[in-house]
Design a protein around this ligand. Structure first.
Ligand code: G6P
Length: 356
């Protein structure tokens, strides 16, 4: 097993470091350099222009939230559902609906169940998965592979980044293709993830807050699913209380939990309205003496309010949310490491949950 970790102490850290390679694999052959379009061979015969529903669990659900927002930005009606709630929510489905199951393993029972129900109602189904010939890939009408390579750590890391990128590609493929600028931004992501891995201060941040009472994560737009994912990673491998919030929801309850021993991780990119609003929320927690960790590209003045800064390159909200997540993965990893947790196999959790 040690040989398979290629010198890393844990598979999780190895897989976090494999992200530039995983993302390059995800992009390979999928950008048509000549006409600047996205070419997804796997789903070449998928021709869809109706509403899109995502179903997924855990980390994959956070990727689905991101994918749905990306599609809506491109003008496509899309929504993400928790697979385990899909049936109870009585989501309307018909022949014109595309239901996308986002599932790393392709074997999650809740997701398979939701996909099967959608297929029975006449929907077209698509599996976005890491696992060739998995149940989801075999049962769905179409399969799009994220190509992250095998992931051993129970906490999903590189597969989340690859899901984000694959769903961004899918959104471009199902709407107007990317602009030159957007294409360039997609192509730059793997190298920028490498820059973060080479320069990150995540370990120092983890050392500063390893004894915190709880960890809160806030973001808006594309950064909201990343706030949820940052908290999930922290819970899974540190066993500490962590919550992700839509930044605007803080004042509707969670603010009561904020103290000087609950660091708040705020994801802020650019300097537009979204950034300004999140900075307003940062000021609210600063007034309650909570330590603030800004994950930011430095385009706004959020650093003025921050006790720690985890820097990411300035690439806009879409790419920025992929990059910000890498910093949060590393913070969770180093807190868990300092606490001596069973990082690759957290208690009570399984890599793939095959019961409903
Ligand atoms: C389990 C894993 C999570 C994962 C979830 C969904 O709970 O521990 O890391 O996000 O299943 O898995 P899937 O294979 O469907 O993406």
């Amino acid at each position: 097993e040690d040989a398979e970790k290629s010198g890393y102490d844990h598979f999780m850290l190895k897989e976090i470091n494999e992200q530039p390679t995983a993302l390059r694999q995800c992009l390979r052959g999928r950008i048509d350099e000549l006409d600047g379009t996205i070419d997804l061979d796997d789903i070449a015969d998928l021709d869809h222009d109706g509403p899109i529903q995502f179903v997924a669990c855990g980390t994959s659900y956070h990727a689905a939230l991101f994918g749905a927002e990306r599609l809506r930005t491109a003008g496509v009606q899309a929504h993400a559902y928790l697979a385990s709630e899909y049936a109870s929510e009585r989501v309307p489905v018909d022949e014109g609906t595309l239901v996308v199951g986002v599932t790393q393993s392709g074997e999650t029972a809740d997701t398979l169940r939701a996909l099967r129900e959608a297929a029975r109602a006449g929907a077209t189904t698509l599996a976005v998965t890491n696992t060739v010939a998995s149940s989801a890939a075999r049962e769905c009408d179409h399969a799009l592979y994220i190509r992250a390579g095998p992931e051993i750590g129970v906490a999903a890391t590189k597969t989340f980044a690859s899901q984000q990128l694959a769903l961004a590609l899918l959104a471009f493929a199902l709407s107007d293709g990317p602009t030159r600028e957007e294409l360039e931004a997609l192509r730059d992501i793997p190298g920028q993830v490498q820059t973060i891995l080479d320069t990150t201060d995540a370990r120092a941040v983890a050392e500063a807050y390893a004894d915190a009472d709880a960890y809160f994560f806030i973001g808006r737009g594309y950064h909201y699913p990343v706030a949820l994912e940052g908290a999930l990673k922290m819970k899974e491998i540190t066993y500490r209380h962590a919550e992700g919030f839509a930044a605007g929801e803080l004042k509707h309850g969670p603010l009561a939990l904020v103290t000087q021993n609950t660091p708040v991780f705020a994801i802020v990119t650019g300097n537009g309205e979204t950034a300004r609003k999140t900075i307003g929320n940062v000021k609210e927690v600063e007034a309650r003496d909570a330590p603030i960790v800004a994950i930011t590209d430095g385009e706004s003045d959020v650093t003025r309010y921050a006790d720690h800064v985890l820097e990411i390159p300035a690439v806009g909200d879409l790419g920025g949310s992929v990059l910000a997540n890498v910093q949060l993965q590393l913070v969770a990893y180093w807190v868990a490491n300092l606490l001596g947790r069973s990082i690759d196999k957290p208690r009570n959790l399984a890599k793939s949950v095959t019961v409903e």
